[in-house]
Design a protein around this ligand. Structure first.
Ligand SMILES: Nc1nc2c(ncn2[C@@H]2O[C@H](COP(=O)(O)OP(=O)(O)OP(=O)(O)O)[C@@H](O)[C@H]2O)c(=O)[nH]1
Ligand SMILES: [Mg+2]
Length: 307
């Protein structure tokens, strides 16, 4: 952390501020909500569950408040070591949070995962808000069912219906969050949008390109490491490795005559352009890293588990 001068300390803004965890089963729109509020493609989003694998901070600041959103992985039953690390990240986020925002998806039936979400939120006894997302596509019956389900465990929580894709629907929610936050000095510089490094965001965007391009389980068996990041005066050179678990998956990712990897690269470059304003050279390599989802050393190397 940088040392501040006395004058800078005196000028450091304060107001309503604190951590707000987004808690929900996979695919409810947690990352979408953060991206929309920040107007920035910070977190990977996809139609496939378990897109987010580690906590990522999205910092929303205005003159009087600073909300530090924790975009956490989706709550699900752990299978691999990776899932356990994701679950641990959720627990850490819940501990750190001043306010919990429980996000429900009314387009699906509420089941075991929703039950885990509701009971985990209730167990913290922290101020909690219930958000029913996707109101642009959900029907009234689905929204009512989701609300009734969560209400059993969170009878006191204020309720909002929103679409994480539409910023104007999120303003009443943001105001309610601010109300619940404590007063204090801002936790981050007002200009800062996230705690993630540019190369971590880049690896997420490359993974998003994989999630969009590849079918079934393959993207879930993949991790992305950004190995080289060179800032040249007129371009940024990035080298990344796409880790798969088996030789057969390597073939799928490369595709016939390299067609799939070309597609992934082109999609990834388009996404990276939203965060990098120089020309980009992206080199992708595919590597078999056997059973990485069950290996603590690899999970730590990929930044998915604590050191
Ligand atoms: N129609 C509609 N789609 C949405 C909305 N919010 C999110 N989605 C879509 O839902 C899918 C999942 O969104 P994500 O933001 O990745 O969900 P998540 O909760 O972060 O998922 P995990 O990271 O897997 O836990 C994506 O296809 C989004 O485009 C919404 O309000 N309306
Ligand atoms: Mg997510």
């Amino acid at each position: 952390m940088n040392t501040l001068t006395l004058d800078e300390l005196r000028a450091w803004p304060s107001g309503k501020t604190g951590h707000v965890v987004l808690l929900g089963r996979p695919n409810t729109g947690k990352s979408t909500l953060v991206n929309t509020l920040l107007d920035y493609h910070l977190a990977a989003v996809s139609q496939k569950p378990q897109t987010t694998r580690r906590n990522c901070l999205g910092i929303l600041t205005d003159e009087n408040s600073q909300i530090v959103f924790i975009d956490a992985p989706g709550v699900h039953e752990p299978q691999h070591q990776l899932d356990k690390a994701m679950d641990h990240a959720i627990s850490r986020a819940l501990e750190e949070a001043d306010v919990i925002v429980c996000i429900a998806d009314p387009t699906r039936d509420q089941g075991d995962e929703s039950l885990m979400v509701a009971t985990r939120a209730a167990a913290t006894r922290k101020p909690t808000i219930l958000v029913v997302n996707k109101n642009d596509v959900a029907n009234e019956e689905g929204m009512k069912r989701a609300e009734t389900f969560f209400r059993v465990h969170l009878p006191e929580a204020a309720l909002f219906r929103v679409s994480a894709l539409k910023k104007d629907t999120l303003q009443p929610l943001v105001a309610a969050i601010v109300e619940l936050l404590p007063e204090g000095p801002f936790l981050f510089d007002p200009e800062q949008l996230t705690d993630a490094f540019e190369r971590d965001i880049a690896s997420e965007l490359i993974r998003e390109a994989l999630l969009e391009s590849l079918r079934d389980e393959v993207p879930h068996a993949m991790a992305v490491s950004v190995d080289v990041w060179k800032e040249k005066p007129k371009a940024v050179h990035i080298t990344a490795t796409l880790h798969v678990e088996r030789q057969s998956q390597k073939g799928i990712v490369i595709g016939q005559g390299g067609s799939m990897i070309k597609k992934v690269k082109s999609k990834a470059i388009t996404k990276l352009r939203t965060i990098i304003d120089k020309p980009i050279r992206l080199d992708l390599f595919v590597k078999v890293t056997s059973d990485w989802r069950n290996r603590g050393d690899m999970l730590r190397d990929f930044g998915l588990a604590e050191r």
